[in-house]
Design a protein around this ligand. Sequence first.
Ligand code: ATR
Length: 276
Amino acid sequence: MRRAFIIGWPVEHSRSPLIHRYWLKRLHIEGDYERVPVSPDALEDFLASFADQGFVGGNVTIPHKEAAFRFCGATTQVAAQLEAVNTLWIDGGNLHGDNTDAAGFLAAIDEEAPGWGKDLGKVVVLGAGGAARSIIYALIMRGAREVLVINRTIARGQDLRRRLGAAIAAKSFADLPGALADADLLVNTTSLGMRGEAPLEIDLSPLPARAIVADIVYVPLETDLLRQARARGLRTLSGLGMLLHQAVPGFEHWFGRKPEVTAELRALIAADIEKS
Ligand code: ATR
């Protein structure tokens, strides 16, 4: 039986087991996907020994994405660019890593907002952490001409410009109204608006009617940001699609079949979020 893991610290909150076990069952594959709490001190040992413990690979979540990247013997190009991995497997005795967050975001927005990237001019990204890095990488790959990174700590936005290129400009929250005017897409990558966190209080009125508003937060499924956008008649996208789509490549590596993000899977995870 093939077994995969998700490691994090903490990891109890992860919904990835629900997603992968759904696919295992649907595809009649004998396998399992387990949460494994791994502290930062124990990461190196775990990565060196998981194959001996019977695992074929797994996912990596906070706070291990950058550290796990450094232990990989080989990575995909996107993981090398982002210097972080969320998906691991063994090939030829070597630890391989990929970062599927960028592709997961693109697959979700392609599915939920068809035509969104046809003529992508200005994009506004709130936040400058690891999640922002993946999403900005994805947006630049799809030809965004201008990416305004709005962050409390401006130096982190400037760091993203150094890493990912001159299409990025680092701004503060005070610059937000001007940034939103004429933006094609707004993406929240901060944890603001997540259940239990501070709210994200911004005024969306400067956004043009064509703008799409995306949130990577998926608890709650509809954040205040998305509710406000929907009330204005804008197209919206929650973090659920990205969560589901980022899981696809890992499943394929570990279990040998490409799974589908079905309406049934969406409903299953949405129900779990709503009851939590
Ligand atoms: P992740 O890897 O999930 O993106 P992270 O690297 O900790 O997590 O980044 C969290 C993001 O949320 C950052 O952009 C952070 O802003 P700072 O860089 O200034 O810390 C933002 N964030 C978190 N709490 C915030 C708050 N109360 N107000 C404004 N921004 C906040």
